[in-house]
Ligand binder design. Sequence first.
Ligand code: DSN
Length: 424
Amino acid sequence: MLEKHVRKIYEYVKSQNEWRNRTINLIASENVLSRTVRKLTGSDFAHRYAEGHPGERYYQGTDYIDKIETDLRNDFKTLFRCSQADVRPISGTNANEAVFSSFLKPGDIVMVNSTPGGGHISHHLAGSVGKFTKNVIDFPLSKDGFHIDVAKTKELIHICRPKMLIFGRSLFLFPEPVEELKDICNEYKIKIIYDAAHVLGLIAAGKFQDPIGEGAFIVTGSTHKTFFGTQRGVILSNMGNNEWQKVDKGAFPGSSSNHHLDTLVGLAVATQEVISFGKAYAEQTIKNAKVLAKSLKHQGFNVLGEEFDYTESHQVAVDVKEFGGGKMVASLLKENDIILNMNILPHEPLRNVTNPDGIRIGVQEMTRVGMKEDEMERIAALMKECLVDGKEVRGEVNKFRQEYTEVKYSFDELLADLKSPNLL
Ligand code: DSN
């Protein structure tokens, strides 16, 4: 009987839940779901299929998901002030694949943010872009390493006439120069794709940049970093219906068949949370990131981007070479229940990727559980005690985290009476 294996999996899940609730999670690509979202996931929709669009499915039995999906698509159009939205991609990379497969062919030249420049793997040769063309060029960066050098990029565009520019990064501190490069892109008919995975919630709140308004042809993104959703993807644009057909086919059947209805329901609930609370959340998130950066600096860390007030997003980048590098630091912090990831920094050669100088910090999850400026100062102090003073701080971290067990910026309190319809 293998039922004991199920009990073991149960114990692992329970341990994960209990452990991660005691930790300070600073992984910049994650966030927590509200209780309301969690109550409404794991329903019958987890068993179902619904290929195609609401009202034009390849399956029967989709009446309720049709209503949810139609509303969700409209909500995205409203939130991002655009006329086209596809909410079917099941991840950000899946959304990127739908777009790249629609507009790239062998030999096309694409400009992207390099890996040390913070670019995402799906923009690179080894990832999705590399399936369609091998001609990938990195954006030249300005001296600080966190901005694209606009003048040099223009020179490069004149010389090599790329087909596409892909903005957006995984280490994403400052807005991208969409507006500055829009005219030259129009002149040479270059498509601007903006991967908003990390900053989607900040953009929805009007607190970062407005890539579509500034001239991006398409925005893609994942829905679970600074956006409150389940782990999915989205494609947004103002392009006309004819051209949109390509993207539509890229999403289905190009890069997925069924689009995971259970997490679509979760995203629909999370989107209501973004509409109601997204602005206050985004403001607090950016404030927290800036305070954490300053506090870490004050505690003696080499926080990058000082000349630009460190960050305009949920992220902070720190060079921790003097403490043994990103790998060692991330591992030591994890032993103390502070969880973040090592990250290659713009000045480093690509070979450093598995043992880089840097760490990347994201405050979006701790902001969602209610932390504010004082708590950021406390986190900086705990990191200093751990890394500079060599103290064990796990007990303190766990005690501190006990006060932040609810998911704020949600309807959880208002809808506390709502019983989960699943397993009834
Ligand atoms: N690589 C992820 C990140 O951590 O940013 C996004 O897919």
